[in-house]
Write a protein that binds this ligand. Sequence first.
Ligand SMILES: NC(=O)c1ccc[n+]([C@@H]2O[C@H](COP(=O)([O-])OP(=O)(O)OC[C@H]3O[C@@H](n4cnc5c(N)ncnc54)[C@H](O)[C@@H]3O)[C@@H](O)[C@H]2O)c1
Length: 316
Amino acid sequence: MGNNKVSIIGAGNVGSAIANALTLLNIGRHIVLFGIDMPKQEGEAWDIQDCVPLLSEMEITPSCDYEDLKDSDVIVVTVGVRQKEDESRLHLLGRNAGIIKSVMKDIDKAAHNAVVIIVSNPVDILTRIAIENTTRDENKIFGSGTLLDTSRLRYQLGKLLNVNKRNVHVHVVGEHGDSEFIVWSNAYVSSIRLDEYPLSSVLTLDEIKKKTSDEVRNRAYNIISRKGYTNFGIAVAVSELVNAVLRDEKKIYNVSVRANKDYGIGEDAVLSLPCVIGKNGVEKKLLLSLNDEEQNLLKMSAKRLNEVYLGIDFSK
Ligand SMILES: NC(=O)c1ccc[n+]([C@@H]2O[C@H](COP(=O)([O-])OP(=O)(O)OC[C@H]3O[C@@H](n4cnc5c(N)ncnc54)[C@H](O)[C@@H]3O)[C@@H](O)[C@H]2O)c1
């Protein structure tokens, strides 16, 4: 696609890890690492540049000038303050909402056609703010959503089932946060329904579900309480999304978008649901069949996100 140029806004733990993952995975050809602290951008970019001769060719430009974003194919937004121990993602909102609005204005000026991926938390709300404060088409903005949570779930479930994690097909949807839920009614191991899969563990399926749900819901908190932030998992998840856009992969991921109207939860809330991702960003919003309990959980997740959004004081 185009220039194979990916710009990353915010060169903190997450932004720098994404630049590194893109380089290691050979995704794109030119990365701009943009931030407000040039020595930091330079330090991170130079450190990554040092491995380029051992890998595939990649240009990595540290920057604090929005002009450098010109002709980007994809822009990844990781700016803002991150979660502290015992702080929910929604607590970050007040601090990050204003930053996202002003960043969108600058991005619109610098690279109007790029596909924008929001990663900053709370990602669903910030994606909605980004969508409502841009002049670009709505399909060109989405959030990283529950792609990471889904990967966390597949890891935990694969471990307990003693099967390759790539063969585990089950999704976390809704808010990337406390009201997210797992669509167990659509869980498969390869093409075998999860509830028909032979268990090798002493745990029952219900115990496995409970254990994995708890692990996934608490994973970010458990990592942050140990190392202070999360960055490696999200970096690979975002790299997958960037790759899907640059190579027009038409891959299906759970990302933050306004829900397909057929879910019957209105079209205001932005939350994570399966979408086809390609060169135009969100190319199709898919409809997951949910049982009554899951449909109710989706409704509650949307309600919670709408309430939080409507409570934002944009004057701050
Ligand atoms: N969606 C996910 O799954 C996921 C996972 C991990 C982290 N996150 C989120 O990503 C965000 C970044 O986390 P982090 O650990 O990298 O934080 P960090 O504090 O290390 O980095 C944030 C960077 O943003 C920069 N910044 C602040 N305001 C800016 C502006 N106006 N323009 C440009 N740069 C600006 C800061 O200088 C800093 O370098 C947080 O909101 C965090 O919660 C999301």
